[in-house]
Design a protein around this ligand. Sequence first.
Ligand SMILES: NC(=O)C1=CN([C@@H]2O[C@H](COP(=O)(O)OP(=O)(O)OC[C@H]3O[C@@H](n4cnc5c(N)ncnc54)[C@H](OP(=O)(O)O)[C@@H]3O)[C@@H](O)[C@H]2O)[C@@H](O)CC1
Ligand SMILES: Nc1ncnc2c1ncn2[C@@H]1O[C@H](COP(=O)(O)OP(=O)(O)O)[C@@H](O)[C@H]1O
Ligand SMILES: [K+]
Length: 560
Amino acid sequence: MLNGTEILTTAQMRAIESAAMDSGAVTGLELMERAGAAVVAALLERWPDPGRAFVLCGPGNNGGDGFVIARLLKDRGTEVTTLFLGERDRLSPDAAVNHDRWQQMLGDGDFWLPDPAEDTDLTSPDFEIGSSDVVIDAMLGTGANRPLPSTWANHLSDAVEGGNPVIAVDALSGLDLDSGRYAIDGRERSHIRATLTVTFQRAKVGHKLEEGPDRSGELVVADIGLEQDVRRHFDGPALRHEPVPSIRLTSPALARPLSKSSGHKFDHGHALILAGAAGRGGAARLAARAALRCGAGLVTLACPRDAIAENAASLPDAVMLRPLDEPDDLRKLLADKRINAICAGPGLGVERAATLLPVLAEDARDPKPVTWVGNQKFTFDLPFRAGRPTVLDADALTAGAAQGQAFLQGLHVNTILTPHEGEFARVFPDLGARLKQKHPTLSTLDAVREAADRAKAVILLKGPTTVISANAPRLRGKPPVEAWINPAAGPDAVPWLATAGSGDVLAGIITGILARGLPPLDAAATGAWLHAAAARRFGPGLIADDLPEELPGVFRDLGL
Ligand SMILES: NC(=O)C1=CN([C@@H]2O[C@H](COP(=O)(O)OP(=O)(O)OC[C@H]3O[C@@H](n4cnc5c(N)ncnc54)[C@H](OP(=O)(O)O)[C@@H]3O)[C@@H](O)[C@H]2O)[C@@H](O)CC1
Ligand SMILES: Nc1ncnc2c1ncn2[C@@H]1O[C@H](COP(=O)(O)OP(=O)(O)O)[C@@H](O)[C@H]1O
Ligand SMILES: [K+]
């Protein structure tokens, strides 16, 4: 089990639910009851005695959950009004059962069933949304497949404007649980958000991407008894060779391998930071400090001869300085095979980066790794390039983008590209353009996975939520991780990370971790987590220079 929590796509959630029901261990009706009960439990923990609840029930099983919630709340004495935005005869059998149970619970006058064709008629509820203590949004969940009708959005809008808490069942209706995009027919309504979202068994990808964290409010993940089914989905039956790849959230446990129990300084690796011209060295110095703070045994900063004095004046003595004027100087530096991690980009200068990138590409070799099965030796011809672990950021990405295909061909599976949105669009213009247009078939996660596939490298796309993916083949039989998501938005917000130079520190952190010997995808995920953790620990007022200095505190908190 890798460190981190898996999150699910809607297709995976459906597959897990179906497998559970097919196995006969649970019925859909039982799952719906558990889902409704879980929402009521989370609601009562936060609003212990709601006098009035308004439940918005949609046309599918999410609406079915809503009918369960209405019944359970009424059972405990809450006055409940439901607004059903569907047709009884088109409900699934499970939702229809709960619809009917709710209907039977009430007298004719209480149950308000507007004609779906006139679903905006708000004239006859027992009470209006505005006078309820809680509003339950059970309109759409994992089955949302188009923008939310604006008349439905009006109900949420009324609740938010009236200051009523909105409790979303599985998702705020209108939120796409695969992309994290929020779509309402017609006007943008940025104020619509849930106070609390209760989802089932695992968070979904869309809760964590793009608008997901902000729109979802507090996210509670309720256990509805599908734990074994989740494990079975990922681990597979004993005889299946390939476990299903997972999408995971970063977690503190990722940093555990960074504990330094023993070892010579070379055992902790040697990081090389390529720096730029005099007067522009700040970014590379930030990266060097960060690499050192991550426990790299040695950090060398290579800069033009005339920038050595400046760098020496403002770097810790522990950082070694080497002159690097010509591409050939880099070739000579790389002859030292103890250098096991490279960082190129921060403060490097685009022109200088352009001359150094080909040297880095040359350095990548095509290995024939050897493996043993019993006492038999196998050698593979790998269909990919592998070389020294290298982080390419900032100016290296801009220079690379200008080199086009030649740049992509020079990359290898141990390269980590760390673009922000703008740099991503420079390196992968078509993907960047589609992301910008919020193309419906390309989520941020899809874009990063596609980029990783094209580059045959690790891609880390920076933003309030950082998304990381690799297409690197797993040679050591580890369960595959398809992507990591490092959320720093919504309830996990660390807005003060958006400060000049913070990306340079991230590049340095990852380089330091690479020097410590972590595999590239893990190093990128661990780096993203540590970076946000350091910012969170420091708090408001953070400048990039504080980040490396905060890392020892983060490690101490983790007991490393
Ligand atoms: N499966 C289980 O065992 C369990 C499931 N559970 C619950 O079920 C939820 C998933 O249920 P679901 O699959 O029925 O999808 P759901 O979100 O209710 O929407 C589908 C309906 O909405 C419609 N529709 C879609 N978009 C629309 C739009 N923009 N505007 C208007 N209509 C729109 C769509 O119409 P159609 O596309 O068919 O025309 C269809 O009628 C899940 O989130 C969880 O809450 C839990 O009880 C645990 C057990
Ligand atoms: N609103 C935000 N919330 C949290 N983290 C953010 C936010 N905006 C940016 N970041 C993070 O801050 C860093 C900014 O890096 P980058 O864009 O390269 O900036 P710079 O070039 O100034 O260093 C990235 O790690 C990114 O994930
Ligand atoms: K919902």
